[in-house]
Write a protein that binds this ligand. Structure first.
Ligand SMILES: [Zn+2]
Length: 107
């Protein structure tokens, strides 16, 4: 019983770590630059995301900025354009380079 409870607690903590890292670090910190994190916090969130999701920060930021480019237009009248905007090769494409700070590459 104790092991099952421990598994639930660890699962909740890891999940919440990923949620907070995505919301605070990727979304507010990197995509919108609404806050600047201390380098230690930056490193901490990078480790959390690496362990929990393995996602590419620059890719997440680029896709999220593209998402905002379409949600603020008439194309956002339903859920479908949200998928269309990020998969259609004929869609207008906000610059990935500007969304990632111009450096390109992955990390
Ligand atoms: Zn956003």
């Amino acid at each position: 019983m104790l092991k099952a409870l421990l598994a639930v607690v660890v699962t909740v903590l890891v999940t919440q770590g990923a949620v907070i890292a995505t919301s605070v670090y990727l979304h507010r910190g990197l995509a919108h630059r609404a806050l600047t994190l201390h380098p230690i916090a930056d490193f901490f969130f990078r480790i959390i995301l690496w362990i929990t999701t393995g996602q590419d920060r620059r890719q997440w930021v680029a896709v999220h900025r593209k998402h905002h480019a379409f949600t603020d237009t008439d194309k956002a009248s339903s859920w479908w354009p949200s998928i269309w905007c990020c998969t259609s090769s004929s869609s207008p494409r906000p610059s990935t380079a500007s969304a990632t700070g111009g450096g390109g590459g992955t990390s």
